[in-house]
Design a binder for this molecule. Sequence first.
Ligand code: 5RP
Length: 264
Amino acid sequence: MDWGMKNRMAQLIQSDGRCLFLPIDHGYFQGPTRRLEKPGETIEPLLSYCDALFVTRGVLRSSIDPGNARPIILRVSGGTSMVGKDLANEGITTSMEEAIRLNVAAVGISIFVGTDYEHESLLNLSKLVDEGEKYGIPVMAVTAVGKEMEKRDARYLALCCRIAAELGARVVKTYWCEDFEKVTGGCPVPVVMAGGPQVDTELEVFEFVSDGIKKGAVGVNLGRNVWQNDFPVAMIKALRAIIHENATPKEAQELFNSQKSGKQ
Ligand code: 5RP
């Protein structure tokens, strides 16, 4: 691995081998999602607690202070919407030249395995990897499920993650699921977990993140369960404790409760 690629990977995955990425890219197909209507305001209190931000170029330029940013993973796939025909029909939306101009640490693209657009999305990943490798920019592949949340099982996600790694992704983002060790065990590059739609309790999030880390994930790329929570700062601090300090779900919950009530 060349110096530039190594340096960018080190910006993403911290010296303890773990990472907390904060995605705020949802608007690229969901529009002004709840509590992300003004991304600059949502992100401001959270920024210092994340290791990297997953964001599109539009929100990056309009809403993030270049003098006070975190490493950027630039979302470079899209071209679909919640009201369109098929969320899987994504293309590459942003050039590598633009990614370099924005001084990003990585670029991110979704793949849609098992859909009508599997072939296109996998070739898009491959092309992006070719470009990224030329300039030392890692590619994070997002194993997207569109609206079909029930697809999140170990067999399917292990297949998606392995294919993403085979095509050259340096990091793979997927969902936590039962038997998560089957997903990480078949993927030769670091795996991070997304959260999906907001779940009922904070403890559920702490439990799956902790389980996923124990079973080989290096961290999270987790958005809605942080910034849609009523106490997003307490939430991200509790997740940091699990990821970077090996806190148990119970300890994370206690930290969340104390932060929420303003106690240290
Ligand atoms: C959406 C994404 C998000 O980055 C990913 O789903 C993580 O966010 P969340 O935890 O809210 O699911 O790829 O386009």
